[in-house]
Design a protein around this ligand. Structure first.
Ligand SMILES: Cc1cc2nc3c(=O)[nH]c(=O)nc-3n(C[C@H](O)[C@H](O)[C@H](O)COP(=O)(O)O)c2cc1C
Length: 326
């Protein structure tokens, strides 16, 4: 067992959080991860109040272990204020907040007594969040799938670990197996957040072609490119944009920002631009990170947790054995 401040404070067995992933991390995935002893997370990015109620209720039926609800605290998530209000009402066991300005939402969650974890992408964001003593801080590096900032995970995390005091620090971005978990623990982190690896699981609600593209990737064909946001109507703030697996869509638009924006504007609403690809999964944005290169098969989520922990335990045991007195 790898026991850290995170496992102790949240009452979980393994120091792994499955990232909330818009569009596919619903009750089935969150409960499978939590039942395996890690912390599953529900995404809420495009939800309305009734969807949040339903997802939390369903997850409670599938697991009696802790799980989290992720809220993207930025108006891109069109109903995020409504989702926040509902979250405080349904009181998930844990909340995770990311993007925009998560701190006012953190304050509300803390006042409601809900253990709340904040994900940050830069040092200023980390310092501001640490000052409010969240239940844990997720340091997200640029290797990550989905939206992320520009810092690489390792040096960013090392800087934040030096500042964090007794706030548990978790690494996100580029971690998909026991090596990443062992490395995080060895550098003093309390655990990891894993997204891409859990996207290629049986329980993730995405298109099979997208999971297969992660399996097929050797890690070198992801791109971090503003095309992904421009295609949906505009840029994210604070130097954040998205990482996806390269596709005919990204190849077609890469480097043609002005033309892309004009094409998006030719529709009445920005969403209609991507909607024209609804039946063409190869043209949809496949959010995934560099750790795709570590994913060789679609697995049940519980098996991902089991293998990750077993490998990390073996590596950490070896590390302990490598220490000699002189
Ligand atoms: C498919 C996908 C969707 C994501 N959606 C969200 C989201 O809705 N909210 C959020 O805070 N982070 C989201 N992220 C980012 C994750 O929280 C996490 O930081 C990232 O996946 C970690 O890096 P990894 O993909 O290398 O494991 C998403 C990531 C992926 C891969």
């Amino acid at each position: 067992m790898i026991t850290t401040e995170l496992t102790r404070s949240l009452g979980i067995e393994h120091p792994i959080i499955q990232a909330g992933m818009g569009g596919g991390s619903g009750p089935e995935l969150a409960a499978a991860v939590s039942n395996a002893g890690a912390l599953g997370t529900l995404a809420s990015i495009a939800m309305r109040a009734e969807d949040v109620h339903k997802a939390v209720e369903e997850t409670r039926k599938l697991t009696d272990r802790p799980f989290a609800l992720n809220v993207v605290t930025f108006p891109w998530a069109p109903f995020w204020e409504e989702v926040m209000a509902t979250a405080l009402d349904v009181r998930p066991p844990v909340m995770t907040l990311s993007f925009g300005d998560p701190l006012p939402a953190l304050k509300r969650c803390q006042a409601a007594g809900i253990p709340t974890i904040v994900q940050v992408q830069d040092l200023a964001g980390a310092k501001a969040a640490l000052a409010m003593q969240p239940a844990a801080l997720i340091v997200q590096g640029n290797e990550a799938g989905g939206h992320t900032g520009r810092r690489g995970t390792l040096s960013f995390a090392a800087q934040v670990l030096d500042l964090a005091g007794d706030v548990p620090v978790l690494l996100a971005g580029g971690i998909a197996n026991g090596r990443g978990l062992a490395a995080a623990i060895a550098m003093g982190a309390a655990g990891v957040v894993i997204g891409t690896r859990f996207k290629a699981t049986v329980e993730f609600g995405g298109h099979p072609l997208h999971k297969q593209a992660i399996v097929a990737s050797d890690g070198s064909n992801t791109i971090y490119d503003e095309v992904v946001d421009l295609a949906r109507g505009g840029l994210w703030p604070n130097g954040v944009t998205g990482r996806v697996i390269r596709s005919p869509f990204t190849d077609e638009w890469d480097g043609r920002d002005a033309e892309l924006m004009a094409a998006v504007r030719s529709f009445e609403r920005p969403q209609q631009f991507m909607a024209q690809y609804e039946n063409r999964p190869e043209m949809q944005l496949n959010w995934a990170g560099e750790s795709s290169g570590l994913v060789d098969e679609v697995l049940p989520a519980a098996e991902v947790v089991r293998r990750t922990v077993a490998h990390a335990e073996a590596l950490l045991a070896r590390l302990a054995g490598a220490l000699t007195s002189r």
